[in-house]
Design a protein around this ligand. Structure first.
Ligand SMILES: Cc1cc2nc3c(=O)[nH]c(=O)nc-3n(C[C@H](O)[C@H](O)[C@H](O)COP(=O)(O)OP(=O)(O)OC[C@H]3O[C@@H](n4cnc5c(N)ncnc54)[C@H](O)[C@@H]3O)c2cc1C
Length: 819
């Protein structure tokens, strides 16, 4: 066994082996993998092997697509068959909302180039002759289906062996019966792993330990939010009807999913495999996998499966006469949002996670591909924010993860409404004024563990969302909140903002090297600054304010707390010239905005608020009411006259009450997240994570005014220089969408030119309540970005005309902001 390697992968399931394989493809061959027992001994050996291309996420969709393409090539490359049955996948719809979901998905699929067909019930019957199209109360009529002709199912162990062969032939080593027992950092910064055989030191470590993620994380002091849930499938005996169909020349049936009844069904040796996602499946191994488990399975629990078996039998009567051969009940790793954890571990250099895979056979190829890219190139090749392990924070306690994972499991097949807010493990993190906001009728949502008011139900209105892909019950109320902000004054609680304090003699120069804009040099100035990837993509957005000499206040998206904090801490110089503190939980933030906001705030402070004394884009430390040390930033995300008040958290109650008391005379009210979405779209404000991602440079995002190419070096500058020299391929656009009656764009819709060619994608969309227009923002090829250009946007399967309009269609000259 080697004593030193460049990368050591821990875990020999399909995901670990794929990571090893892809590292060798990137040219890193001094790599090894250790497996505590035998390859595939974890969840991989008993997986059903389905490879669904369907996924609502732009990122995960790309990973799955890569996998399916790779698995088709692997046998020729490695000489190892992988039993890939390209049967296709058929997802049934029995209600209009389900069809809306499929149509929304088709938008994403189009933008990433996944082939699919939306088909009629007659075509379903043609493809799947053994199906009942239904029509009664028990078996609702199929009204359509989504068909992926190019995926199917695979033999997971064969796939793992093919990847192993590919990796080993390139020089990678694999050591079975070798368990990682302890990990320590060496003086030179490498990782020394004590194994059951001998020690091995590595520059980089990858954890790909499946159900063992909790305990392998603990070896490094990491609380990994991946806990398995039981998942079972039933293996049936041979089916006479299926045999007759196949003997009659019928081709292998597509993998069938009746989403509205939460099960999948596929052929297996002329019989069936039926896999439900049922209610009541428990999380397991929250404290780690016990020694006795090993390669075993849990006893089957048929009672939980009965409703799904009955539904499937009504839909496919051929199941009726088949005996049950076996029930496979195994642990399937889950995370609180159902997506895997692929990328850097927080707080540790050169430690990488490829954990939390619930569709790991499908995602193994893509996750290995991008993780290898990330390790070797220091950056992934595509936007990986949706799977970045740092999208979760310290709030993922064991009980939180257990509850959320069980909830995610039983919701695998629910309709993924864009405005869905799941109830379990809530409320967890709340702003101090939660109760006060609740008393104002808040309808709550959750992000990064924080409760946030999405909208406010006026007295007498039901405090509940009716989730939809279309305008829904809250539409009118959100409109009223948006207009309140534009016409009078409103308050948004943005306490969840991520906040860092940067101090010390090198604070300015250090920050300046991280971001593309010039960091403010004068006290009281602020700048919108973007940290870029080495490829020039947008990594993070920070509002940087100079509070005092050698003292900066750095604010970024609430959901980016661990992601940004990890980046900042890992970028710190090794001496003491820069001090960095994450002060997110020590300050609250109220956005007070609207034409009357000055009059409201003036009642609480002696600081002069007129334009000359307190201009737009400046900041002052003020007293407000009884509160001291309030950072008042004259900036906001809604595009109105106003201030973000960042106050010491202990003043939250006082400030809230004092502001509302002062606001009474002006009809001040609360404004929720959905109104903020509408308001920011009217101003073309880009949102980190959807409109600003590593996929696009600030030039593509038309944020040129926030890039100072003539200042000193900053990360990503070289890539930007190259892009400027070669031409900026895409440009940010704001679109007015015509002819919308009830389905506004929401992001991830494809954009087409007049001849029907796809030329870009929307990244966000909403109804602009004050403009009374349906709006989208996104990217097109540069030649289509001129205002006035006519395009088409596909919303829920319908093409709508759209016009590229000037940026910031509401108050384009920012007169209200400067008022
Ligand atoms: C019943 C069932 C059906 C499924 N069907 C599908 C499907 O149809 N399609 C699909 O895409 N997915 C399916 N899955 C999910 C799929 O099985 C997993 O997502 C996938 O196998 C995860 O692979 P992995 O490599 O991450 O983990 P694993 O296969 O669990 O591998 C992790 C490995 O790490 C090793 N290890 C742990 N700790 C250490 C250590 N300290 N030192 C050394 N080695 C260590 C373990 O021994 C293990 O072999 C199914 C799962 C279940 C339970």
């Amino acid at each position: 066994m080697k004593t030193h390697v460049r990368v050591l992968v821990i875990g020999g399931g399909v995901v670990g082996v794929s990571t090893l394989y892809h590292l060798t493809k990137k040219g890193w061959t001094d790599v090894a993998l250790i497996e505590r027992t035998e390859l595939t001994a974890g969840s991989t050996w008993h997986a059903a092997g389905l490879l669904p291309l369907f996924n609502m996420s732009y990122t995960v969709g790309q990973l799955h697509k890569y996998s399916v393409d790779l698995y088709k090539r692997l046998p020729a490359e490695t000489g190892q068959d992988v039993s890939f049955h390209v049967t296709g996948n058929l997802r049934l719809a029995t209600c209009k909302e389900r069809m809306d979901e499929y149509q929304k998905y088709c938008g994403t699929a189009n933008t990433i180039g996944v082939p699919f067909e939306v088909i009629s019930p007659a075509r379903v019957k043609e493809l799947w002759p053994l199906i009942e199209l239904g029509g009664g109360a028990d078996t609702p009529a199929i009204i359509g289906a989504l068909y992926h002709p190019h995926d199917g199912h695979i033999a997971p162990a064969d796939l793992t062996m093919a990847l192993r062969k590919g990796a080993r032939s390139a020089g990678a080593e694999i050591y079975e019966h070798t368990e990682a027992l302890g990990i320590e950092r060496t003086a030179s910064g490498e990782w020394q792993v004590r194994t059951s055989i001998s020690d091995i030191t590595a520059e980089h470590l990858v954890l790909a330990t499946g159900n063992y993620a909790r305990q392998s994380g603990r070896l490094l002091g990491l609380n990994v939010p991946a806990i398995p849930v039981e998942h079972q499938y039933i293996v049936y005996d041979q089916s006479a009807e299926l045999q007759a169909y196949r003997q009659g020349g019928g081709r292998e049936l597509a993998v069938l999913r009746e989403s509205d009844k939460s099960y999948y069904l596929r052929e297996e040796r002329r019989g069936w495999i039926l896999g439900p996602y049922e209610n009541g499946a428990p999380a397991r191994f929250a404290d780690g996998v016990p020694d006795w488990f090993g390669r075993s399975l849990f006893p089957g629990d048929l009672d939980r499966l009965v409703p799904h078996v009955e539904a499937a039998t009504r839909r496919v009567p051929a199941l009726e006469n088949c005996g049950i051969k076996d029930i496979v009940n195994g642990p399937i790793s889950y995370t609180p949002d159902g997506s895997p954890l692929i990328g850097p571990a927080w707080g540790l250099r050169n430690v990488w996670l490829n954990e939390g895979h619930s569709f790991g056979i499908t995602a193994a190829g893509g996750s290995g591909w991008q993780l290898a890219e990330w390790i070797v190139e220091d950056e992934p090749g595509i936007d990986m924010l949706a799977v970045d392990p740092r999208r979760f924070g310290a709030y993922t306690s064991k009980r939180y993860v257990v509850k959320k994972n069980e909830e995610t499991y039983r919701n695998v097949f629910v309709i993924h409404f864009p405005d869905e807010e799941r109830p379990d493990a809530r409320p967890a993190k709340t702003s101090p004024v939660y109760d006060r906001i609740d008393a104002k009728g808040a309808v709550w949502g959750q992000r990064y563990g924080w409760e946030r008011a999405n909208w406010f139900a006026p007295p007498g209105v039901e405090r509940r969302d009716r989730w939809s892909f279309r305008r829904s019950n809250y539409f009118e109320h959100v409109g009223n909140e948006a207009r309140l902000m534009r016409e009078r004054v409103g308050l948004i609680d943005l306490t969840p903002f991520t906040k860092h304090e940067v101090t010390g003699p090198r604070a300015e120069s250090w920050l300046d090297g991280l971001v593309a804009n010039k960091v403010p040099a004068k006290i009281g100035r602020m700048a919108l600054c973007h940290a870029l990837t080495r490829r020039g993509g947008i990594r993070s957005e920070f509002t940087i304010t100079k509070i005092a000499e050698q003292h900066y206040y750095v604010v970024s998206a609430g959901a980016a707390e661990r992601y940004d904090s990890d980046y900042l801490f890992k970028s710190l110089p090794r001496d003491d010239s820069v001090g960095l503190r994450n002060i997110t939980n020590t300050r609250g933030c109220f956005v007070l905005a609207g034409p009357k906001s000055r009059e409201v705030l003036a009642q609480l402070t002696d600081t002069a608020l007129d334009n000359a004394s307190f201009p737009w884009l400046t900041a002052q430390t003020i007293e407000a009411g009884l509160a001291v040390e309030v950072y008042a930033l004259r900036v906001n995300f809604v595009g109105a006259l106003g201030w973000e008040l960042h106050f010491p958290i202990e003043y939250a109650h006082h400030l809230f009450d004092a502001l509302f008391e002062a606001g009474k005379a002006h009809g001040m009210g609360m404004v929720g997240m959905r109104a903020m979405e509408s308001l920011r779209l009217e101003k073309s404000y880009r949102m980190w994570g959807s409109d600003m991602t590593p996929d696009y440079t600030p030039f593509e995002a038309s944020l040129d005014r926030f890039v100072r190419m003539n200042k000193g070096p900053f990360i990503g500058k070289e890539a930007l220089e190259k892009q400027l020299a070669g031409g900026v391929p895409n440009r940010f656009v704001t679109l007015e969408v015509h002819g919308v009656t009830d389905a506004d764009p929401l992001g991830n819709e494809p954009l087409f030119d007049a001849r029907g060619g796809m030329i870009g994608r929307a990244t966000s969309g909403y109804y602009g309540h004050c403009l009374r227009k349906s709006l989208a923002i996104g990217y097109t090829r540069a030649e289509f970005a001129q205002p006035g250009t006519q395009l088409a946007i596909e919303i829920l399967g319908e093409r709508k005309q759209a016009t590229v309009v000037r940026e910031s269609p509401y108050d384009p000259d920012n007169l209200e902001l400067r008022a």
